[in-house]
Design a protein around this ligand. Structure first.
Ligand SMILES: *[C@@H]1O[C@H](CO)[C@@H](O)[C@H](O)[C@H]1NC(C)=O
Length: 389
């Protein structure tokens, strides 16, 4: 006698249940990375013009607008200009002016934008705001200044000066802003502090009042090393068990590398308070050449790093005319920053100072699209749409 069909079904279900759960558990690796976008970057469509200038950066406001910033050089002045895109970067239109200063007496550049957390709609811009002797060109004062816009990036006014040091050599450069994710909405400012020509450290200051006042500086990378760390950028790492939850990338050079730059990283498991695990993530592929000026973003779980490099030149030591011979490229990591690959050239020779913006799920690319901003010598600042495939 065979048991009735419902008894077989019961037995089958029971067997499936008792065997399925231990098998499922054993298949789940301890360091499983969360689902992520693909890792192969591809250029999507033609580059989009933004304006005449250099050092482009961009941020996405919560209403979906993209605001870009860059340094223009017009009528003997350095000018920080903003541009806006309301179509995910398909086109940009001029928006506003942050500040300007006569180029012989001011070195205004290196702008970085961040919108404050809700309910504020304010946008901050951090930039280098140095004074020079108009006759000799010697730096008399180095500053990182913060300005604020309450109308979406059109008009701006002075907010604070988190770093301010006399010249002529110990500079403050390349500010980067982020909001902590611990619920306190603290702001972290990162910038590069020159100790001497061979030695520069990444410093951090914190603000609990939206960028009005700042803590004393703490050293984040390059501390105690004779290495020139700079061009800081930070992204989150999507993992569930990996404790390295933030990555900070920088360019660095040392006496040992004969002043040539490579791209390095440190990691933080405590929302940016402490950093460790110093490592190299990209070294130029040919002798006497550099790879530097990195930025990093998280695109749907895949880490994307942009950089400029003259590695395609065949140079005899010492390497000269670095920024006239650089291309801009990108590498990605699908394992939270442990390994890097999929290198692609985004801007040919005479491209420089790249910036990155994740387009996010709202970008129409399912969380796999981003903008690559660059200066293309003679052709101005432009944005290249990229897709991870
Ligand atoms: C740049 O620094 C100078 C000197 O402190 C300051 O007067 C000026 O307001 C700053 N620029 C902006 C746009 O805030």
């Amino acid at each position: 006698m065979f048991p009735p069909i419902f008894v077989w079904l019961f037995i089958a279900t029971w067997i499936t249940t008792i065997f399925a759960s231990p098998i499922d558990r054993s298949l789940a690796p301890k360091n499983l990375l969360l689902p992520r976008a693909p890792t192969r970057p591809t250029l999507t469509g033609a580059p989009v013009p933004i304006g005449a200038g250099t050092y482009p950066r961009a941020t996405r406001l919560r209403d979906g607008t993209i605001v870009a910033v860059y340094t223009a050089f017009q009528s003997g002045s350095n000018i920080l200009l903003t541009a806006r895109s309301t179509n995910n970067g398909a086109t940009f239109t001029p928006l506003g002016e942050i500040t300007r200063g006569a180029s012989n007496a001011n070195d205004i550049d290196n702008a970085y934008l961040l919108q404050l957390p809700t309910p504020s709609t304010r946008i901050l811009c951090a930039f280098r705001n140095h004074s020079k002797d108009p006759v000799t060109g010697t730096y008399t004062f180095f500053r990182i200044t913060i300005t604020a816009s309450d109308d979406g990036g059109k008009t701006w006014r002075y907010l604070s000066q988190p770093a301010s040091d006399p010249g002529p050599v110990t500079g403050n450069w390349e500010p980067y802003l982020r909001t902590t994710s611990d619920g306190t909405n603290a702001l972290q400012l990162y910038y590069s502090r020159e100790n001497n020509a061979q030695d520069q450290d990444t410093l951090q200051r914190t603000s609990h009042d939206g960028g009005l006042s700042w803590s004393p500086a703490t050293c984040i990378s390059g501390c105690g090393l004779t290495a020139r760390d700079g061009m800081t950028s930070i992204a989150t790492i999507n993992t569930n068990t990996n404790s390295k939850s933030l990555i900070l990338v920088y360019e660095t050079s040392s006496a040992a590398t004969a002043g040539l730059f490579s791209v390095g990283a440190v990691f933080s498991a405590d929302d940016g308070r402490t950093w460790s695990g110093r490592c190299t993530i990209y070294t130029a592929s040919s002798p006497h050449t550099s790879a530097g000026a990195p930025q990093v973003i998280n695109v749907g779980g895949t880490l994307v790093v942009s950089f400029m490099t003259n590695e395609d030149q065949r140079l005899q030591a010492p390497a000269g005319a670095y920024t006239e011979t650089t291309a801009v490229k990108v590498v990605t990591s699908g394992d939270g920053g442990k390994t890097w690959g999929n290198k692609v050239t985004v801007g040919e020779r005479q491209s420089s100072w790249p910036g990155l913006l994740d387009l996010g799920p709202a970008g129409g690319g399912g969380g796999a699209r981003f903008l690559y901003l660059l200066e293309r010598g003679g052709l101005g600042v432009r944005s290249q749409l990229m897709t991870l495939m």
